[in-house]
Ligand binder design. Structure first.
Ligand SMILES: O=C([S-])c1cc(C(=O)S)c[n+]([C@@H]2O[C@H](COP(=O)(O)O)[C@@H](O)[C@H]2O)c1
Ligand code: NI
Length: 399
């Protein structure tokens, strides 16, 4: 899987992200051609190499040629919907502007169709956002990870007047994101940057196991005492599985455990849903007899290493546990494939696993068998046996 990692040690803004994408190999002329699909011409876009604290990066500048324009969300939605941009770019761009509108409406106590965008509604911000979406799409990025985010400190002068850093809309968009402030004065994250970051990234923390392919540095406007750059690393996510002995996959994972003795058992169903939705590979519970003979459960969550931040956040917010145990583990998985079988009850899949090139397990797919049992009225166990039988026949048919 092709992934990107954003190092937000100097925050993130729309132009920094666009600069990082160009610096990482996004063809600038192709970007300009794609952006022409927006049908907006009152802007100019430039790229230039700059040095920030000795590090070379790309600064992308969008100069607005339009006067002072206040756009409502509807106006921006019309521009994007009427454009000739590819649908994935349109959809993502609309999502980002909708999130900006929701944040703006919340901050100002109004509604999403009442708000009008100030800076974010100007053509340069529209180009920044759509350009970044085009960049991720053109570079084929399937998933985005990020570091925690440096937001800066102090105040910033904007159309609204003097705003605390991070700006209200920015902080609203950064809900759920690990942020920090050091002694760098200034706004390091803008609403545009926050909206782009959180539209793509749900996993924050150290860089996952990635085989690095491309690196890009996007430059911010100001010169700071730290390199005012956004670093973008692109590569193949090493799900840390490698083909080992006779095709047995060897992978790295993590076990996260918590002993819970004081939570309403009804909550576990919802918790399981959230954990799996966040990328857990497996979730299970074991009953315990803890000190003072208190009955409890030990909740275990198996995760890919890069999911630790997301899973930890769920466990601390959705359960009553005050502590977690985390163990890095190595896992070995048998190679398997699915085959589809036609049975007297209908078609169903079965998983065929092999070890040392010999078939060692045939497992009918439960969901398929359940549907056939419901549609045929046959007991599930009969359907299951029939699928397994057909699978064995099909395997033996293979020359
Ligand atoms: O444009 C809008 S709606 C806007 C809202 C807010 C609020 O916090 S509310 C703040 N700002 C400031 O404008 C500049 C530019 O932001 P970009 O996202 O367009 O780069 C920045 O200082 C924001 O804090 C704009
Ligand atoms: Ni505002």
């Amino acid at each position: 899987m092709k992934v990107a990692y954003l190092d937000c040690f100097s925050g993130i803004s729309g132009d920094m992200l666009l600069g990082a994408l160009v610096d990482a190999g996004l063809d600038f002329k192709l970007l300009q051609r794609d952006l022409a699909g927006l049908g907006l011409d009152e802007y100019e876009i430039y790229e230039q190499k700059v040095i920030k604290q000795g590090i070379s990066g790309t600064k992308v500048q969008v100069l607005s040629l339009e006067g002072h324009v206040h756009r409502h969300l509807r106006d921006i939605q019309d521009i994007i919907e009427r454009s000739s941009l590819p649908n994935p770019v349109k959809d993502k761009s609309l999502t980002i502007f909708t999130r900006l509108g929701e944040a703006e409406a919340k901050i100002h106590g109004t509604t999403i169709d009442q708000i009008h965008f100030h800076e974010v509604g100007a053509v340069d911000a529209i180009v920044d956002i759509v350009g970044a979406v085009i960049g991720f799409w053109r570079l084929g990025i399937e998933k985005v990870f990020s570091s925690s985010v440096h937001v800066g400190k102090g105040f910033v002068k904007a159309a609204h007047g003097l705003l605390p850093v991070p700006a209200p809309a920015t902080l609203e968009l950064l809900r759920g994101v690990p942020i920090y402030s050091r002694d760098i004065e200034g706004e390091l994250v803008t609403p545009t940057g926050a909206a782009l970051l959180t539209a793509y990234c749900q996993d924050f923390g150290s860089i996952p196991l990635v085989k690095v392919d491309r690196i890009g540095y996007g430059a911010g406007e100001k010169d700071l005492t730290i390199p005012n750059l956004l670093r973008l690393t692109i590569g193949e996510l090493e799900v840390s599985e490698s083909e080992g002995y006779h095709g047995v996959k060897e992978g790295k994972a993590m076990t996260v455990e918590a002993n819970i003795d004081d939570m309403n058992p009804e909550f576990y169903d919802y918790l399981y849903e959230k954990l799996f939705a966040a990328g857990a590979m497996d979730v299970y519970m074991q009953t315990l007899q803890m000190k003072k003979n208190r009955p409890a459960v030990m909740l275990t969550v198996q995760i890919p290493p890069y999911k630790l931040t997301a899973i930890r956040q769920i466990l601390f917010t959705e359960t009553t546990t005050l502590g977690l145990r985390v163990y890095p583990i190595k896992k070995y998985m048998l190679p398997y494939e699915f085959i589809t079988l036609e049975t007297k009850y209908g078609s169903a899949k079965a998983k065929i696993a092999t070890f040392e090139e010999k078939i060692c397990t045939v497992s009918p797919e439960y969901e398929d068998c359940r549907k056939l049992a419901q549609s045929s009225g046959e007991p599930l166990k009969h359907v299951y046996d029939e699928v397994k039988e057909r699978a064995k026949q099909k395997i033996n048919e293979v020359p």
